[in-house]
Design a protein around this ligand. Structure first.
Ligand code: GLC
Length: 492
């Protein structure tokens, strides 16, 4: 049950006219933990360039970026969740270039610097499902106060997967039930499931619709989003296929909802990822790719103290099981035991055991392994520019953006052939190929792939040809944003 709102400002009018309102937990540059932020940060820009009026609403996390901005108050309201009342307010960014950005302030729940991880314990927040429910309910409360609504709601990942259900089956939001919903899965490994004993945290709903919330005797926001949305998308066609035979127990559901599902490959923000203007780089691209690569590699070699003559194979990302990070320590040891003709560099944070093992192998081979534990956006840019190869041994990769960033900066991808990696990297041995693909995220297949890379590196003409080829590929959002635009149109 929700109380009436007590203040509505004219900014709300803009939202009423919107074509699409994106609802997300992450958004670049405001709050980023992974690729979700990059996509929600870029897609609206491209849609707006194509005459789609798009905006984004995210929680007001207390990240450095969000706290440093100027925000204009737009709306204030309250929601009652269980027996507790939560006051919230929405404000819009004072000066944002291409589209409106709204932050929803929920004191006590989102006034935390880290998006998912409790910095005290090192684990995920224990009140995550409560936070997500309150955020989603507050967004609907805001929309409910309008006389006219955005033409489409676009929800991203399980954090916002209950919205399509709520607008259809929660009595107080049924006014919104004509708004078409698109639900995009960026990472199907996380379901956000919680126990039925917490069902009272949801706004009161039609008990006959209970089955839509349920999967395996739990309330499962990811499954619920899949069932209730008008259109389901994942971030690559390859991943859409995989979900139908391998999705942690949801296979039958993805098969069942096949007709409303489509895989749309992500693009990259070529404004942010532009080798010719990137201010985070030591040397930007001017005319020659070879000069660009060499200068940036030299800067890295000086910073990390490695031999510039060896090929530099980099891993950037979360040190997580699905990213294949757990094979890295063993891979490095076995490879370097045999030959020391490669430098490996890792930038990432995540699984504590993997972090420890990586630091240990670095001590064993200080000449050939460099490890930087942490998240560092600037260094990531420098690594894409200065590396020869980017290694992505992902076990699961819904789309993967890093391989596209790498190619945009002339770095050759070495990838396990799954999901979006399969859709974006063609092996060299195939016609028009430009990357190195392997068939399983195991130490031995990754080792063979690195060996292939080291071989190619010896042939400087071939390296130059490949660098030029990947550099010239177009991974911008243009084509994919058009696909989303078409989806929104067909739902009207
Ligand atoms: C998630 C996926 C990644 C995808 C990104 C953006 O982080 O793991 O593969 O590229 O979302 O959709």
């Amino acid at each position: 049950m929700c109380f009436a709102n007590f203040e509505v400002k004219s900014e709300t009018l803009k939202v009423e006219q919107l074509d699409v309102l994106h609802v997300s937990i992450e958004y670049f540059p405001a709050a980023k933990a992974g690729g979700l932020a990059d996509v929600v940060g870029a897609l609206p820009k491209y849609l707006n360039e194509n005459n789609f009026d798009t905006a984004v609403v995210i929680p007001k996390h207390h990240t450095t970026w969000i706290l440093a901005q100027k925000w204009n108050p737009v709306y204030k309201g309250k929601v009652k969740i269980g027996s507790k009342v939560y006051l919230f307010s929405i404000s819009s960014h004072d000066d944002f270039d291409s589209h409106a950005l709204y932050v929803l302030d929920l004191p006590g729940l989102f006034d935390r610097q880290s998006i998912y991880i409790d910095t005290e314990t090192g684990y995920g927040y224990t009140d995550d499902h409560l936070r997500n429910i309150v955020f989603q309910t507050a967004v609907l409360e805001w929309l409910n106060s309008m006389r006219q609504y955005p033409k489409t709601l676009h929800c991203h990942d399980h954090h916002t997967g209950l919205i399509p259900f709520m607008i259809n089956h929660c009595t107080q939001y049924q006014k919104l039930n004509k708004i078409p919903t698109v639900f995009t899965i960026h990472n199907g490994a996380y379901h956000g499931a919680f126990d039925w004993k917490d069902a009272d945290l949801l706004p009161s709903f039609d008990r006959n619709a209970k089955g839509l919330l349920d999967w395996d005797n739990q309330i499962n926001p990811l499954a619920c989003g899949v069932k209730c949305c008008w259109k389901l998308t994942t971030v690559s066609p390859g991943y859409m296929d995989e979900l139908r035979y391998d999705s942690n127990g949801l296979e039958s559901l993805f098969n069942q909802e096949k007709d409303k599902s489509v895989g749309v490959i992500n693009g990259i923000d070529t404004g942010v990822w532009n080798p010719a203007t990137d201010t985070r780089l030591d040397t930007v691209y001017k005319k020659s790719i070879a000069t660009f690569k060499q200068a940036n590699k030299k800067a890295l070699a000086e910073e990390f103290d490695f031999d510039i003559r060896l090929p530099l194979v980099t891993f950037i990302g979360r040190l997580a099981y699905e990213k294949g990070a757990q094979i890295l320590p063993d891979l490095f040891c076995r490879y370097l035991d045999k030959q020391q003709d490669v430098t490996f560099l890792v930038l990432g944070t995540g699984d504590k055991n993997t972090e420890k093992l990586l630091t240990n192998v670095q001590k064993m081979y200080p000449q050939n392994i460099q490890v930087r534990i942490g998240y560092d956006e600037s260094l990531a840019h420098q690594l894409y520019a200065g590396s020869d190869f980017l290694l992505m041994p992902s076990k699961v990769e819904p789309c993967g953006l890093n391989q596209m960033y790498a190619m945009r900066y002339g770095t050759i991808p070495i990838v396990n052939n799954v999901g979006g990696l399969r859709d974006t990297v063609i092996d060299l041995q195939k016609k028009d190929g430009y990357g190195i693909c392997f068939q399983k995220a195991t130490v031995f297949s990754a080792m063979d792939a690195v060996q292939r890379a080291a071989g190619i590196y010896q042939d400087s003409k071939e390296m130059k040809r490949l660098q030029k080829k990947v550099f010239e590929l177009d991974f911008s959002w243009n084509a994919s944003a058009q696909q989303y635009a078409d989806i929104y149109q067909t739902l009207r």
